[in-house]
Design a protein around this ligand. Structure first.
Ligand code: URA
Length: 261
């Protein structure tokens, strides 16, 4: 049999975990609970073959304990390599089957500020770039009001594929995509992240708090400062909220040391 190197074994184990996670497996039995199962099957065997069981010492029954599924991480060494990994992703079957292409992110790979949205819409799916539809046009104007161009910041989404009909991402979809988001942010290493809307904010910060309550203060994701504001699509539907979004942007720019008011 051909020898398998340690790193190959790690890669194979990671692939297996990814397939299990994609199939919806959230937890694996711990070695101790496996031992319990082995003990249980030995019990059944002993029922069938009493004489054999009598000859063997019984395994003690160990209290069952679950271990949480380990986080699956991407170890891509550059954004370019990561974007290729994302382009080939099939973890969410429905999204992989319905997308035109993945939408990785755009902007300055060394940006001080990342803008984080929810997921690509129809136009983004067509063009392969985040925030290029109507919401994107408004976002570009908001950035301009902050004396920023799209090329100065990095724009990305929680999901890299368009959910059909622009529905909200499901929790398994967000979880599948999380490894890419985390690695993307690790590679960009921004000082600030601005979450656009509840889906982005709640996913990144792993909270269920309403967007209205998340606004106006600094949160943290790893060592990065996070501010939250309304999604541009919401602002298009509710123009009076633009005033609040502008307050959020002024707060962010003050925190960044480049005030605009
Ligand atoms: N809405 C988002 O959240 N992201 C996009 O890229 C486009 C619209």
């Amino acid at each position: 049999m051909a020898e398998v190197s340690g790193s190959e074994l790690v890669r194979m184990a990671q692939q297996m975990l990814e397939s299990l996670q994609a199939a919806g497996v959230q937890q694996l039995p711990s070695p101790s609970s496996l031992q319990t199962s082995i003990a249980a099957s030995a019990d059944i065997e002993s029922e069938l073959q009493p004489s054999k069981a009598d000859a063997q010492p019984r395994s003690p029954v160990i209290e069952e304990e679950e271990v949480t599924m380990p986080e699956v991480k991407s170890s891509a060494s550059t954004l370019e390599i990561l974007s290729k990994e994302v382009a080939g992703c099939t973890l969410c079957q429905e999204l992989a089957e319905t997308r035109t292409q993945t939408v990785f992110g755009v902007g300055n790979p060394q940006a001080k500020l990342c803008l984080l949205g929810e997921a690509p819409g129809a136009e983004e799916d067509r063009q392969g770039e985040p925030f290029v539809g109507r919401s994107g046009q408004l976002l570009t104007k908001i950035l301009e009001a902050c004396h920023l161009r799209r090329e100065d910041v990095y724009i990305l989404n929680i999901l890299k594929c368009r959910p059909p009909g622009n529905r909200n991402p499901t929790p398994p979809e967000s979880q599948n995509c999380r490894r890419y988001l985390d690695r993307q942010l690790e590679l960009i290493n921004p000082e600030f992240i601005c979450c656009l809307g509840a889906v982005a904010a709640q996913n990144l910060l792993e909270t269920t708090e309403a967007i209205g309550r998340l606004r106006g203060r600094i949160h943290s994701y790893r060592d990065v400062k996070v501010v939250c504001t309304y999604h541009p699509a919401y602002l298009l539907r509710n123009p009076p909220a633009k005033k609040d979004a502008w307050e959020d942007m002024k707060f962010l720019m003050r925190e960044m040391g480049t005030p605009v008011d």
